[in-house]
Structures are given as structure tokens and as C-alpha cells.
Design a protein around this ligand. Structure first.
Ligand code: ADE
Length: 418
């Protein structure tokens, strides 16, 4: 079996951490048990490009139980948990190509090693596999039946490919599922981003000013958690509706130019490029902390900062201090890569449980339905989404009401007024 991981001796630690995560993944566990009996993915080759974490390990084991043959590479050079990669190879016999801190060439070399499986399905977090297959590994297109995509940024890329008519196989946008983005993007990103920023800096949030760039699901979660830790939260936005929502949620909303002067912490979660750039660095206070929790490391214009700095040093693990010509210091966390996975462990298992249940069930759905789907981006079927919510509630011991016959009748009538 081919693989490339940091050190197989880390496997035992990885195995225990995977077991720990699994204890909080009841939905995925129930799918794994069914998959083990029914083998819905028998003979299906899946190349996965995901953050190599304990939760991803549980998903890989679930697909494997369903009969799939899998290769796994990292969807970000800094997010790999090396002990997990080792355990997947040693304990589960899965081909993993991922090493934390790998350079760009190794990142793409690993991706291509994963693709050498000649997959039938791609499973992406950011659409890198789809893009590589469509641009440099076109010979693989013939065997592909479909793919799944985990994240907002990836779905945006895929929709752009579909609109231009260049997408060559159907892909299910897992991110569209309510049981994904309402929980993973909001509570997962909210908690894990704070976790990453605090682990990297060990600075106090209470009483500080925390600037959240972007008020999508991730921004909403992050703003709420920063507020919960006692920070004064400022939101920046380009969308008037979202800006209005942030105002009514109780946050100060202003332009980044204005926020730049008063923020102690900055975190981008927009999915767009150069949201924090030269004109903002020029205004920031001495000691400002700048991070990104969006998928790609493009949200902070680091090149501009490099050109403005007279000195640069790694002052703590994951904290790069840039000293500007006037002496102000700006601290960039994790090289502007997703701070929640680089300096913490990503979203907690309890939310990844639902995200990855969507992945596993979407893979099963794709195998069953691929022939009926065209080369487009599809949402997760509503039945799957609602089933996941039901199983999750049950596992959490939460019971909810059902409509009475009278209520059902009322809802379907138009003539039962006052
Ligand atoms: N994305 C965000 N958090 C994650 C995690 N814990 N595992 C895999 N992908 C993630």
C-alpha cells in the first residue's frame, strides 16, 4: 500500500484521539453500522481531499465499512494531524498522503498520488481535486461518476464551473445541507476559530475589540462566540442585508478602514481576496492580531504586509510578528491560513458528525443516482438532511412534538381563518 505520512510511530496516539472523536459522532456511527451490513459503496474508489483530522478519520472508516477503496490527501498544507494520518495508514489500511506543513509542491504531489487510485468519486473540501482532475488529470474523467463538496468556497468554485459549462461530472454540495452550514459553519467555526486564536496567542478576549470580516454563517458564529467571551465585536460586510442583520444582532458595523484603527483582533471569514490589505495595515494599532478562518489564504494581503515590514520574526508558534517602518507590530496567525485548523484542531466532533453524515449519505446517494444526474451541482436531498437532524436529536436525548391531525388539517387549509 502506498502512503506518505510524517511518522507511523504516531499511530497509537492518533488511534486514541480518533476513538475520542468517535464518542461524539453518533450519527456517523449509526451510518457506519448500516454501511458495514449493506456495503453500498462496494467496489467504489473514492479519492478524498479533506482536512486530515480525527473527524475525517471517522468518515474514512465509515466509507471503508461501506466497501469503498479510499485514498486521502490534505485539503490544506497546515491542517493535517500527523498522528491521525499515521493511524489511518497503520490501523485502518487507508492510503494517506499528507504531512502537516508540507510545501506547495508536496501538497500537489500528494493530491496526485491520491488521484493515482483512478477514482470513481471525488470528495473535496475546497474543490481542489475537481479542479486538478479537470485541468491536469483529464484522463481520469472517464471513470468518474460524481463528487461531493464540503465547503462554501468549494461550492462557489463548482457553481462557477457549472455555469461556464466546464464541469464534467455531477457534484453534491454538502455545504448546502441545513444540517451542515447551520451548525458546522456557525457553531463549529465560531468555537474552533476562537480556540485557534487563543491557543496561538494566549491573549485575553474579555474587554478587547474583535473585528469579524464577513457576516455569513461563519461570521455569525464567530461574532457570537467572541461576544460570549467578553469582546466588543465589530462586523464588516459588503452585503447590505447581512450588515443590517449584524446591526440588529447588536454588533457595531463599519468599514474595514474604520475598524482597522480600533481592532485588537481581526479575523476574516469572507471567502474573498484581500479583505485586509495595505490601507488597513497602515491604520492598525501596535500589536494588532490578524487571522483568517476562510478556506484559502487569500483574505489577508500578506505580500503587502511583507513589503511594508522592516522586520519579521516568528515570535511564538503560529504567530509571525511584522514590524513596520514606524515601529508598529502586526501579528499574523498561522500564515493567514485557516487558523482554526492550523493552530487548533478544527471543528469539534459533534458538529462534524452532521457534516460528515451528509458526506457519507451523499456518497451513497451518488452511487445510486449518478446515472440520472447531469453535470451540475446538486443540493443534498431534503430527506437526507431531515433524517440527520432527527437522528442527531435522538442521540442527544431531545424529543420534539408532532403535528396533531387537527394541526395538519389547519396547515393544509386556506379557509380556516378567524
Ligand atoms: N473542517 C473544519 N473542522 C474540521 C474537522 N474537525 N475535520 C475536518 N474538516 C474540518
Amino acid at each position: 500500500m502506498d502512503y506518505d505520512v510524517k511518522d507511523l510511530n504516531l499511530a497509537q496516539q492518533g488511534k486514541l484521539r480518533i476513538e475520542w472523536a468517535n464518542q461524539n459522532m453518533p450519527v456517523l456511527n449509526s451510518i457506519r453500522e448500516r454501511f458495514a451490513k449493506e456495503k453500498p459503496l462496494k467496489g467504489v474508489r473514492v479519492a478524498a481531499c479533506l482536512h486530515v483530522t480525527t473527524e475525517t478519520a471517522s468518515l474514512m472508516q465509515t466509507l471503508q465499512s461501506g466497501g469503498a477503496q479510499i485514498t486521502l490527501c490534505a485539503s490544506n498544507p497546515l491542517s493535517t494531524q500527523d498522528d491521525v494520518a499515521a493511524s489511518l495508514v497503520k490501523d485502518s489500511g487507508i492510503s494517506v498522503f499528507a504531512i502537516k506543513g508540507e510545501d506547495k509542491d508536496t501538497y500537489y504531489k500528494h493530491m496526485n498520488s491520491a488521484l493515482d487510485l483512478k477514482p470513481h468519486m471525488s470528495m473535496d473540501d475546497g474543490a481542489d481535486l475537481v479542479f486538478e482532475i479537470h485541468s491536469k488529470r483529464k484522463e481520469l474523467l472517464e471513470a468518474m461518476i460524481g463528487g461531493t463538496e464540503e465547503t462554501t468556497t468549494g461550492v462557489i468554485r463548482l457553481r462557477s464551473m457549472a455555469e461556464k459549462g466546464v464541469l464534467k461530472y455531477p457534484v453534491i454540495a454538502v455545504n448546502d445541507a441545513l444540517t451542515k452550514h447551520m451548525f458546522d459553519n456557525r457553531y463549529g467555526t465560531g468555537q474552533s476559530t476562537i480556540d485557534g486564536m487563543v491557543r496561538a496567542t494566549n491573549r485575553l478576549l474579555a474587554g478587547s475589540t474583535f473585528v469579524v470580516a464577513g457576516y455569513g454563517w461563519c461570521g455569525r458564529g464567530l461574532a457570537s462566540r467572541a461576544h460570549g467571551m467578553g469582546a466588543n465585536v465589530i462586523v464588516t460586510e459588503i452585503d447590505p442585508m447581512r450588515a443590517l442583520e449584524a446591526v440588529m444582532d447588536g454588533y457595531r458595523v463599519m468599514s474595514m478602514n474604520d475598524a482597522a484603527r480600533i481592532g485588537d483582533w481581526f479575523c476574516t471569514v469572507t471567502g474573498d481576496i484581500h479583505v485586509i490589505r495595505k490601507e488597513h495595515f497602515e491604520r492598525m494599532k501596535d500589536g494588532a492580531i490578524v487571522a483568517n478562518s476562510g478556506h484559502f489564504n487569500v483574505e489577508i494581503d500578506l505580500e503587502a504586509l511583507v513589503s511594508m515590514a522592516k522586520k519579521r520574526r516568528l515570535i511564538r508558534e503560529f504567530v509571525e510578528e511584522y514590524t513596520l517602518k514606524d515601529g508598529r507590530r502586526i501579528n499574523v496567525l498561522a500564515d493567514g491560513r485557516l487558523v482554526n485548523l492550523a493552530s487548533a484542531e478544527g471543528h469539534p466532533s459533534s458538529v462534524m458528525d452532521m457534516s460528515f453524515a451528509n458526506q457519507a449519505l451523499s456518497a451513497e446517494y451518488m452511487v445510486k443516482k449518478a446515472k440520472t444526474l447531469s453535470t451540475n451541482v446538486y443540493s443534498v436531498p431534503t430527506e437526507i438532511d431531515r433524517d440527520i437532524a432527527r437522528i442527531k436529536l435522538k442521540a442527544m436525548g431531545v424529543r420534539i412534538d408532532r403535528l396533531t391531525a387537527e394541526q395538519r388539517k389547519y396547515l393544509s387549509s386556506h379557509d380556516m381563518g378567524t
